[in-house]
Design a protein around this ligand. Structure first.
Ligand code: NAP
Length: 253
């Protein structure tokens, strides 16, 4: 796979804002065509696609809830029909919930978090492997999963369920990297620390990045672009011997 493939497609789940949008923009600059997945905010996804096209690459905004098997199948079928061959997948779509202890949580919360963060990653990854693996006649590719430093720290008192979902992503990354290593597909994960995006507001803590900055060795939150740079490198041929890596992007946390 070329470092800057001229005819290959990258699918970024949850690409309409935050880390996913930064990945889409940086990947376009690196030569990828983009499929920008989202669920609710079509205008935001279209704005990212406009930036991709301004960089001279093709872009598709594709709506699908990654936790829904039928919607994921329809998304990949549309890309098969309209877009270049898939060569990259960034499993970025992910959610948190309000800070709670485990003994306060309910089943619906766990089903939502594990449905999107884990099942969503499994569904998109299965579809990508069926297209990229040499076992299926594909030409190889690269998968990058969004884990979290929470997988290592556990997020006690905040969201141990979210942390556990990201622990599952770490284990999936290691196992799948070995399963696919001889089939031309690399699988890696990035584990961000506290990154300044809207995800914290969605968990009821809009100022979380600012408030926790003093607890971070670098004394500041990271940016979506700082995480995206590591992801675009892992996607590229410059990382051709890197698979099964869990890369912390945490400011030292
Ligand atoms: P964000 O700003 O909240 O963006 C989340 C994106 O995911 C949005 O584009 C959203 O699109 C999409 N999305 C949500 N549910 C979806 C679903 N069911 N199907 C498809 N798309 C869905 O989040 P972020 O901070 O950029 O985080 C991105 C990833 O990094 C997540 O996996 C997160 O767990 C991980 N991470 C973030 C941090 C951090 O501090 N920010 C730290 C560690 C790990 P719509 O609004 O259109 O649905």
């Amino acid at each position: 796979m070329d470092a800057a493939p001229s005819d290959r497609l990258l699918l970024v789940t949850g690409g309409s804002r935050g880390i996913g949008a930064a990945v889409a923009r940086q990947a376009a600059a690196a030569g990828w065509h983009l499929a920008v997945n989202y669920t609710r905010d079509a205008a935001a996804a279209e704005a990212v696609c406009a930036d991709v096209r301004a960089a001279g690459r093709q872009a598709w905004a594709v709506q699908a809830d990654v936790a829904d098997e039928g919607q994921v199948a329809a998304m990949f079928a549309r890309l098969d029909a309209e877009a270049p061959p898939l060569a990259g997948l960034v499993n970025n779509a992910g959610v948190v919930d309000r800070a709670q202890r485990l003994d306060e949580m309910d089943l619906a919360r766990w089903q939502r978090i594990f449905g999107i963060n884990v099942i969503g990653t499994l569904l998109c990854t299965r579809a990508a492997v069926r297209r990229m693996s040499s076992r299926h006649g594909g030409h190889g590719g690269s998968i990058v999963n969004l884990s979290s430093v929470a997988a290592r720290l556990g997020a006690p008192g905040w969201y141990v369920d979210y942390a556990a979902s990201k622990g599952a992503i770490d284990t999936l990354t290691v196992g799948l990297s070995r399963e696919l290593a001889a089939e031309g597909v690399r699988v890696n994960a990035v584990r961000p620390g506290i990154i300044d995006t809207e995800i914290h507001a969605s968990g009821g803590q809009p100022d979380r990045a600012r408030d926790l900055a003093p607890t971070i060795p670098m004394q500041r939150a990271g940016t979506a672009d700082e995480v995206a740079a590591s992801i675009v490198w892992l996607l590229s041929d410059a990382a051709s011997y890197t698979t099964g890596a869990l890369l912390d992007v945490t400011g030292g946390r």
